[in-house]
Design a protein around this ligand. Structure first.
Ligand code: AHG
Length: 279
């Protein structure tokens, strides 16, 4: 796992340099779900593929930008699912973006997730690595990642971040969000899950959701690349992640690009979700 952590750090430094070049233009290609890729998406994907392609403990890698799983070393132990540049459409407006990693064993599903990591490229470059027991925050200083602290959620927080198109929300979701605002929660939503979730983790509590809705009953966010890695980080920080009722890491994966409704937060806010989604 040490060499994987080192590879994550190296990829973060290289992707930071690519973002700083400032090219937020579109490429001529689209990804597996039909989104037009930015040149940044493709360049970040190549960085990770090249770095992880040299690690013997890695059996397979799969990118959110691709349809296929690539085998690196058939004898390797770990399976890596990664989103090279989540929220890349926010680069041109100069909002924060991120990279997400899920580190699995045996096969790609939530129960086999052993570790996860994400990087936020903002005014600082922050890296959170979760080994399945603790979620540790590092910050890039003089080209090295320096440990800052373990992330720990309080029982409750101040913020609500909720995605999707409100017109398509189910009534019980709308009522839950309205009730939370009426009881004093503040809205925080940038449109990038990495900074939005990072804010809740660093500020110590709250709720992020990307619900199922009438246009997308299974939500938008992908299990292997986005939902499961953050679920582990939240659980190890003393919070949790559910699909509305159940622990989201128990939701089965049948295809690498499966999505799932998801709710990440501190324990009190997850109780609100369970009550709202009960039945
Ligand atoms: P993309 O990488 O295609 O820009 O998508 C970003 C993701 C995620 O980071 C964010 O939480 C969500 O899409 C926002 O979606 P909505 O605009 O539908 O709320």
């Amino acid at each position: 796992m040490t060499e994987i952590f080192e590879a994550i750090k190296e990829s973060a430094k290289q992707i930071k340099s690519i973002i700083e070049l400032g090219d937020s233009s579109k490429s001529d290609s689209s990804n597996s779900t039909g989104d037009t890729q930015l040149k940044l998406d493709i360049a970040s994907d190549i960085v990770i593929e090249e770095i992880f392609g040299k690690i013997s403990s890695v059996k397979q890698i799969v990118s959110e930008e691709k349809d296929e799983i690539f085998t690196i070393n058939p004898e390797g132990k770990y399976l890596i699912a990664y989103d090279p540049l989540d929220g890349s459409s926010l680069v041109d407006v100069n909002l924060s973006v991120g990279t997400i990693y899920g580190i699995y064993e045996n096969e790609f599903n939530g129960k086999n997730l052993k570790a996860s990591a994400y990087i936020v490229y903002g005014p600082n470059v922050d890296l959170v690595f979760c080994d399945g027991t603790a979620s540790k925050l590092y910050r890039l200083r003089n080209n090295e990642f320096v440990f800052l602290k373990d992330l720990k959620l309080q029982n409750t927080g101040l913020f609500v971040a909720t995605g999707s198109t409100q017109q398509c929300w189910y009534p019980h979701h709308k009522k839950m969000v309205d009730d939370m605002f009426e009881s004093g929660y503040k809205l925080r939503y940038s449109g990038g899950m990495v900074p939005d979730l990072h804010q809740i983790l660093v500020k110590g509590g709250g709720l992020f959701s990307y619900p199922g809705a009438s246009d997308k009953p299974k939500g938008k966010l992908r299990q292997l690349f986005e939902v499961f890695p953050f679920a582990l980080v939240f659980e190890c920080a003393g919070g949790g992640a559910i699909d509305g009722q159940e622990r989201v890491l128990n939701v089965p994966t049948t295809h690498i690009h499966d999505t799932s409704p998801c709710f990440f937060g501190s324990l009190k806010e997850l109780e609100f979700v369970k009550q709202a989604y009960n039945g």
